[in-house]
Design a protein around this ligand. Structure first.
Ligand code: FAD
Ligand code: MLT
Ligand code: ZN
Length: 472
């Protein structure tokens, strides 16, 4: 039983048909828990509309009936934003059937896509017309454009191209009362007042449902070189990125930091991976240079940069990939960390940011306090150095009961967030607040900012039916 009135059920069915409505408990299961199984919920039903008009119609019906909606894309989010609460009264609205590429405008360098398009499919569609869509992240085979927009996703190419917010020109959004806002403009300049699309980007589905977007295309990458570099410390990584940027400018398109602990998890759990270096080192970076020119002299540039770094004692060892297979193998070490950490029992995931220059001091201070207060916790630190964004993740100490670690979780998070705040950082740089960091945001975010956010929510969604219990 859905718990909704028979009349509403019938009206929703009339809009989306058999293909767009799931009430069977078994078929709903995959929509009700996240990738890590860290969050579980219940729902009255899952709706899967196939067009913006169908989304608008179901939102209007839910609005009239006072039924709360949880928008969902690929369900790869890491903070429980797409999972309904435990009441069983909310409706999950999945956008995955809205997966059309609506238009490509080569002259304008834009592509217009529906919210349910998988990120990897978008990258392929851009490549098919000789262009690049640069957003890139570990979940790209499953996450959707709508989810990328709603979380303002980051990933490994932000250094060169910016995050999702920087890649958008226009949006189409179904508002909480069911009206469709058509902001699908492909304009690079438009100063006619407030930039409304920015409100919905990073709103985690709390202000409306994104149904389509006009996104920027970039010149295709035609030369690429990748290196795996061992370093003595995060301080060396920060100095190295400064030097490489000075030398390579915008050709520096990737710079990812990983601790030895992160690499060890990957070597242990991801099949086919091996350590590129002969000896163990405390820290590593994965460096990528790219260019739109064919046969650009990137290897020479990389060798020059690494040679200078070696002379200054910034690096301990380096391996430059000499084939596409080696490039893929190096990236597999980086992208395998999330999955590998799942195999090591319960973990606490973080996506904090601090000024890039503060990364070394943040790691130093936080490591020290954590290990004093929670001896044995395994710190899995890695991330996007150029964005000041660290995944300062914690796995439970070996031999500790899951329940004991879970009981310490709040205190561990508090310690990490206090440290982040002490370095003028943010508790969420890319995954969003969802249900995981909602309470913490109240503690660390400026009260005036929270007040302004609440008044925006009140204006757009006075009945509070859009993804309640998330973000705010
Ligand atoms: P979902 O998980 O379905 O939803 C996420 C949020 O967006 C929810 O609040 C949901 O309600 C809302 N939402 C979804 N679709 C819509 C819509 N159409 N309209 C309005 N609201 C909507 N994230 C990064 O930023 N950088 C990374 O490097 C990164 N790496 C990852 C690696 C792995 C292995 C995994 C599992 C996740 C990673 N993520 C990363 C997190 C996740 O992939 C991103 O947050 C992604 O953008 C979520 O997209 P999704 O379609 O799965 O959204
Ligand atoms: C990543 O950069 O790999 C993800 O954002 C981090 C994660 O899965 O925790
Ligand atoms: Zn990340």
């Amino acid at each position: 039983m859905s718990g909704l009135s028979a009349a509403l059920l019938q009206a929703l069915h009339a809009v989306v048909g058999d293909a767009g409505l799931i009430t069977d408990a078994e078929r709903m299961r995959s929509y009700l828990s996240d990738w890590r199984n860290a969050y579980q919920g219940r729902a009255a039903m899952v709706l899967r509309p196939a067009s913006s008009e169908e989304v608008a119609a179901v939102v209007r019906l839910c609005h009239e009936a006072g039924v709360a909606i949880v928008p969902q894309g690929g369900n790869t989010g890491l903070c429980g934003g797409s999972i309904p609460d435990a009441s069983g009264t909310q409706v999950v609205l999945s956008l995955t059937r809205m997966a059309r590429i609506r238009a490509v405008d080569i002259g304008n360098e834009t592509i217009t896509v529906e919210a349910g398009v998988i990120l990897q499919r978008l990258q392929e569609a851009a490549a098919e017309v000789g262009r690049l869509f640069p957003l890139s992240l570990g979940a790209e085979g499953s996450c959707t454009v709508g989810g990328n927009l709603a979380t303002n996703a980051g990933g490994t190419a932000v250094l060169r191209y910016g995050n999702m917010r920087d890649l958008v020109l226009g949006l189409e959004v179904v508002l909480p009362d069911g009206r469709i806002w058509n902001g699908l403009r492909g304009l690079r300049k438009d100063n006619t007042g407030y930039d409304l699309k920015q409100l919905f980007i990073g709103a985690e589905g709390t202000l409306g449902i994104i149904t389509a977007a006009v996104l920027k295309l970039f010149p295709a990458v035609r030369s690429l070189t990748t290196a795996w570099v061992a370093l003595p410390s995060p301080q060396a990584a920060v100095e190295l990125i400064g030097q490489m940027r000075g030398l390579c400018g915008d050709r520096l398109s990737g710079f990812e930091l990983m601790s030895r602990q992160s690499l060890e998890f990957v070597l242990r759990h991801v099949v086919g991976c091996s350590d590129p270096c002969a000896e163990e080192h405390p820290w590593y970076v994965l460096i990528e240079l790219s260019d739109t020119q064919v046969d650009a002299p990137l290897s020479a540039l990389l060798e020059q940069g690494l040679g200078e770094a070696l002379e200054h004692g910034l690096i301990l060892d380096a391996v430059i990939a000499s084939s596409e297979a080696q490039v893929a193998a190096l990236w597999a070490l980086r992208e395998g960390i999330s999955e590998a950490q799942n195999h090591e029992g319960p973990s606490l995931k973080h996506d904090i940011s601090v000024p890039v220059s503060s990364i070394p001091a943040f790691i130093d201070a936080t490591d020290r306090r954590l290990l004093e207060d929670f001896p044995g916790v395994r710190i899995v630190a890695y991330g996007h150095v150029g964005d000041g964004n660290l995944h300062y993740n914690i796995s439970k100490p070996l031999g500790t009961e899951d329940a004991v670690f879970k009981a310490q979780s709040e205190a561990i998070m508090r310690l990490i967030y206090d440290s982040t705040a002490a370095f003028d950082g943010s508790i969420s740089a890319e995954h969003g607040l969802g249900q995981a960091k909602r309470e913490a945001a109240r503690r660390y975010k400026d009260p005036l900012e929270l007040e302004l956010m609440r008044s925006i929510k009140q204006t757009l969604d006075p009945a509070g039916l859009m993804n309640p219990g998330k973000l705010l």
